[in-house]
Structure formats: structure tokens, C-alpha cells
Design a protein around this ligand. Structure first.
Ligand code: ZN
Length: 523
């Protein structure tokens, strides 16, 4: 299939560019030599043997992967019923040793750089002390969330806890003078990380200060092991995802959230960038995002926004969240690309369509659950027997089960009354919509249509599906393309939850010579 070939080609590109990301996710830390060693132990024959992979496991003891070697293999003719014990080779996996420099805090303090330390972060900064003092605790709250998402880190050989040293710089010159910015570090744009250290410029927005710190810390945590092979779009997108947070009134922080507004996420602007992007052009396809190379992230917030959006799409989607959240187990080596390929290969057409709908409509508070589409191909509409579908008010696009043919004329009516909100009072609407409130240029509640070309169609133009046709309660129209009809009742994508009720849509195909009553065409 066409898309499969694209993907294969893309995989080749992705693998060579894995370790060169921008924003500090690129440079690999100066690592100790290979961090695995072979120990030989014997296990009773027949005991459970782990598969030979080196993924992290939820354990605080060294992670072992074992391979069983049957010593009987050497027997030429082993007809004996006496079994000799198998020997198991275990690889003990360690994370790299702590190679962070130890600073003279008194000397740094004389320069105006102060140290704030918690179990998981040692922060050096020249920002307002009252603000600085709150930041290590944010990281300590993030730590279990990172462990939960990426899996706990294996221990290092010294048995010390994982801690990161971070530098938040108001006046970068001070830090240069202090000698804490490594010469070898590529230019810091906003932030950068290297091994278990990160550097970032102080940010004027308090939200974004924490966000950028969490972004860099996520890189430190998720990329501390050697031979990280996950592609750049994922490393940046998932760091952006984990960094997106809300703090409740008790100071409890939730990470990896979808912003529910723009005000509480000052300085972020990811959703605005996507909104601007899709106003100007069709959304980027999944493959376009997955092909971002490290250079795309240099001084380019839109690459971060698209990578974040793609990670959010997978991470929050009712069907794809589960396999997507297994990917952190395959960060090392080349397994990640195979896994993501498996995830999208068989259902590429559906996944990409679902992605295009998401990207086109992304806004704060986007309701993933209700907006997710179940794609179901329709059947042709018989000229003598109208087709009927029920369309719920609290969902996104819904398959009508009807297939239309390019150039044929159809007559449609939608009956029923539904409510669009309960507060301050129920807003009742028909499929014509209510004229005192609009969303995307159409009255709230108006019946909208899109036509999705079938996957078997020759050269289907997926993006034609993004064309929305406002129909209202009664319409006669000529189908501009062939495909399955999807309907929805117009409402903002973050306000579906308070809708109730449905309409019944009846569509009949007009006979070829019956054009006399056409009242509307769609184009
Ligand atoms: Zn980054």
C-alpha cells in the first residue's frame, strides 16, 4: 500500500537522525563504556526465563535479562532421558554512573548563583530566590510520573539515587564566568540537556519556566540510558507532553495534561501554533511530522507544536493510547521504529484520517473521548428506499452508514430536537441550529456533513474529507466526491459533554433525470 512504502522510506531517515535532536535533546551524554555486563548463574531447569530484551522493569534491583543455553545442545545423539541443568546467562543492566561535576557552592554564591537542592534536582540559578526555592519540589512531584510513564530507571553501579543538576540562567554571562556551561555544549537556544544536566534561560512566565524545566528534565530522565533510538518527533513531543501540567489549589501537580484553556499555560502557545497552521493550510500528515529532523527544531516552535500534538493524539486516543504507552519500553536501539511501524501499519488510513480531524479541530479542552471517530464504510443508497441514520448531539463525526456517489443528487431531512447546553438553561435546537451562537462560522447545532473516500478508492484524497458541508434540517445536494457520509451537530470540540439528544437523518437518492426540485448544492 502506498502509505506503507512511504513509512518504510521514512524509517530509514528517522533511524540515522535519531540522536541529533535540537533543543538539547540531541547531544548524547559522555557515557561510560558499555553499561551491561554478563554474569553467569545457574537456574533450575524449567524455571521461567525472561525474554532477551533489555527493557526497563519496575524494580529497584538491577534489571536482568536472561538467555537460557541448553548444555545438551552439544550432544550429537541425546537419547538419554537424564536431563542436565540449563545454564542461564544474565545481563545486568545499569544506568550510567553519575558524572555530574561537583561545584564549589560558596564560590558560585559569590557570583550570584545559588543552589537549591531536593532529592531529584540540584538547581543552580540567579533568579528570584523565592521563586527558585519552589522549583525542586516540582521536579520531585514529576519524578514518580516519569517513573510511571517511562518505567523506573535501573540503578547505577554506585547505588546512588538519580538526580539531575539544572542551571536556570537569568544572566548567562555569570554562568559562563563560573565555568558551568560546557565548551562542548552546542548553542543553547532556550534549553539544552546533556546526560544528567540541563541548562535553560530564565523565562518571564512562571508557567513556562516550570514547563521548560520539566521538558529538559524529561529528556534527562528518558534519555539517560545509552543508545537511545527513539526518533526526534517522539523525544521532543513526549517531553512537551510530560511538561504540560496543572497545579491544583493544594499544590498537587498533574503532568501530561491537555491544556483546558490558554490563560493557565502562559507562554506555551502550542495550540495557537497548530490553530494558525491549519487556518493557513491543511494539517501536516502523520508522516510529515514523523519525518522531522533535528534541524527542524532549531528556533522553530512549530515543530515542537506538531510533535507534541502527534504525541497527544496517540497518548489520549481511546484506541491508540495503550500501544502508544508501551513505546517507552523500546527507547534503546532500533526497536522503537519497528514498534511505531507496527502500530500504524495496518490501520494507517484510519489513523491518519483520525489524526487529520484531530489536528484540524484541536483547541484547549479538546474532548478526545467524544470526538473520536469510528470509521465505518457505508452502503450505497437505493433510489427507491431512503436510508436512515441517528446522529447524537454529544459526539464528533459519526458514520451515517450511507455511501454517496460523485455527481448523484440526494435529498436529506433531519428531524428531532436536542439540547446543546444545560446551563444557564437548556438550549434546544433542531438540525438547523440556533442563530444566536456560532462555532466556526455556522450556527451551533446545525447538521454538518463530510464525505470520506473509501480506502479502496483509487488515489483517495484524504484531505477532501476535511471539507465540511453545512446542511441544516433540509437539503438537496449533489455529491462532489464519492464516499461514506459522516454527520455531526455543530458544537465546539471542547463542549460536547453537556449536549443531549439526537436527530434522525433520512437521505434518499434522486433518480438521474429528477433535478427539478434541487434547492441546494454543496461545493
Ligand atoms: Zn527538547
Amino acid at each position: 500500500m502506498r502509505y506503507r512504502r512511504y513509512y518504510r522510506k521514512f524509517c530509514g531517515i528517522a533511524v540515522v537522525s535519531l540522536l541529533l535532536a535540537g533543543c538539547g535533546s540531541g547531544a548524547t551524554a559522555p557515557q561510560a563504556p558499555a553499561e551491561s555486563e554478563i554474569v553467569v548463574s545457574s537456574e533450575p531447569s524449567g524455571s521461567q526465563t525472561a525474554s532477551a530484551k533489555t527493557s526497563r522493569k519496575p524494580s529497584s534491583s538491577p534489571v536482568t535479562s536472561t538467555r537460557k543455553t541448553d548444555v545438551n545442545n552439544s550432544s550429537v545423539q541425546n537419547t538419554s532421558s537424564v536431563k542436565t541443568p540449563a545454564v542461564t546467562l544474565s545481563e545486568v543492566l545499569y544506568r550510567p554512573s553519575d558524572q555530574r561535576p561537583i561545584h564549589n557552592n560558596q564560590r558560585l554564591a559569590l557570583l550570584g548563583i545559588h543552589c537549591y537542592e531536593s532529592p531529584r534536582l540540584k538547581l543552580y540559578t540567579d533568579i528570584d530566590p523565592a521563586l527558585a526555592a519552589t522549583l525542586p519540589a516540582v521536579i520531585d512531584q514529576a519524578y514518580p510520573a516519569l517513573e510511571n510513564y517511562f518505567g523506573p530507571l535501573p540503578p547505577n553501579r554506585e547505588g546512588t539515587e538519580f538526580q539531575v543538576t539544572g542551571y536556570i540562567m537569568q544572566n548567562r554571562e555569570l554562568f559562563k564566568k563560573a565555568g558551568v556551561i560546557l565548551e562542548s555544549l552546542p548553542t543553547i537556544v532556550n534549553g539544552r540537556h546533556l546526560g544528567a544536566q540541563f541548562w535553560m534561560d530564565a523565562q518571564s512566565e512562571e508557567y513556562y519556566q516550570r514547563h521548560l524545566m520539566l521538558h529538559e528534565y524529561t529528556h534527562c530522565y528518558s534519555m539517560i540510558m545509552e543508545n537511545i533510538g527513539a526518533p526526534v518527533w517522539y523525544l521532543e513531543g513526549i517531553a512537551e507532553s510530560m511538561a504540560t501540567h496543572v497545579i491544583d489549589k493544594d499544590g498537587e501537580i498533574q503532568f501530561n495534561v491537555m491544556p483546558h484553556n490558554k490563560e493557565d499555560f502562559g507562554g506555551l502557545g502550542r495550540i495557537s501554533l497548530i490553530e494558525e497552521g491549519v487556518r493557513a493550510a491543511p494539517p501536516k500528515s502523520i508522516l510529515e511530522v514523523m519525518q522531522f529532523g533535528p534541524a527542524d527544531f532549531v528556533s522553530n516552535n512549530s515543530a515542537y507544536a506538531w510533535s507534541w500534538a502527534l504525541c497527544q493524539f496517540f497518548d489520549k486516543h481511546p484506541h491508540y493510547a495503550k500501544p502508544f504507552r508501551e513505546l517507552p519500553r523500546y527507547m534503546q536501539g532500533t526497536q522503537f521504529s519497528h514498534k511505531i511501524q507496527q502500530l500504524i501499519d495496518d490501520e494507517f488510513y484510519e489513523i491518519n484520517d483520525a489524526w487529520l480531524i484531530f489536528a484540524r479541530n484541536l483547541r484547549p479542552g479538546y474532548d478526545f473521548e467524544r470526538a473520536s471517530v469510528t470509521f465505518a464504510p457505508g452502503l450505497p443508497i437505493d433510489a427507491d428506499a431512503p436510508a436512515v441514520a441517528t446522529i447524537a448531539g454529544d459526539r464528533g463525526w459519526q458514520s451515517s452508514g450511507m455511501q454517496v456517489e460523485e455527481g448523484s443528487t440526494y435529498e436529506m431531512r433531519a428531524e428531532g430536537i436536542f439540547t446543546l447546553a444545560e446551563q444557564p438553561k437548556p438550549w434546544k435546537s433542531t438540525a438547523d441550529g440556533i442563530s444566536f451562537r456560532y462555532f466556526k462560522g455556522q450556527p451551533l447545532g446545525r447538521l454538518l456533513m463530510m464525505i470520506r473516500p473509501e480506502s479502496g478508492a483509487t488515489n483517495p484524497d484524504q484531505r477532501s474529507m476535511l471539507q465540511e458541508y453545512p446542511l441544516g434540517a433540509n437539503a438537496t445536494w449533489m455529491a462532489p466526491v464519492s464516499g461514506t457520509v459522516y454527520f455531526r451537530l455543530n458544537d465546539a470540540w471542547d463542549e460536547l459533554a453537556d449536549n443531549q439528544g439526537r436527530v434522525t437523518v433520512t437521505v434518499s437518492r434522486k433518480k438521474k433525470n429528477d433535478f427539478g426540485t434541487a434547492s441546494k448544492t454543496v461545493d
